[in-house]
Design a protein. Structure first.
Length: 135
């Protein structure tokens, strides 16, 4: 029942976003492709953002690399952003090295200990002699 002649009330130039007579819809096609590309792009951005703490820890050769990776995965799967914030804070800041000064102090104390033990032994040996002489 379609005719090849145009309806006299139709405008002479129809906009390109309207569906054609053959049933194709160019606006729908463009919007569908744009939506799929947008979803893929947002997904890639989301996954890249979630991998940021791991990348920071990997490039900095961080000692807590595995902890940061586990926290980033927990944040990804649980949608709990606190894990991601903790992971990025751990990756961004280095913990100060407390062990090196403490080990140095321990070595110094060990070096001083034999001399201290000799003087303690001498005073302990003198103390019973004084006690026996006083009685």
């Amino acid at each position: 029942m379609q005719s090849d002649t145009m309806n006299p009330l139709a405008p002479a130039h129809a906009p390109s976003y309207l569906a054609n007579a053959d049933g194709s819809d160019p606006l729908f096609t463009v919007v569908a492709i744009f939506t799929i590309a947008l979803i893929v792009g947002i997904g890639a951005l989301y996954l890249t953002l979630h991998a940021l703490p791991e990348r920071m820890a990997h490039t900095g050769n961080h000692a807590q690399f595995q902890v940061i990776g586990i926290l980033a995965l927990l944040a990804l799967f649980t949608h709990n952003n606190l894990f991601w914030v903790v992971a990025i804070l751990i990756a961004a800041f280095r913990m100060p090295d407390f062990l090196t000064p403490l080990r140095s102090i321990a070595r110094s104390l060990q070096a001083m200990a034999p001399a201290q033990a000799q003087t303690t032994d001498e005073t302990e040996a003198e103390a019973p002699a004084k006690e026996n002489g006083a009685h």
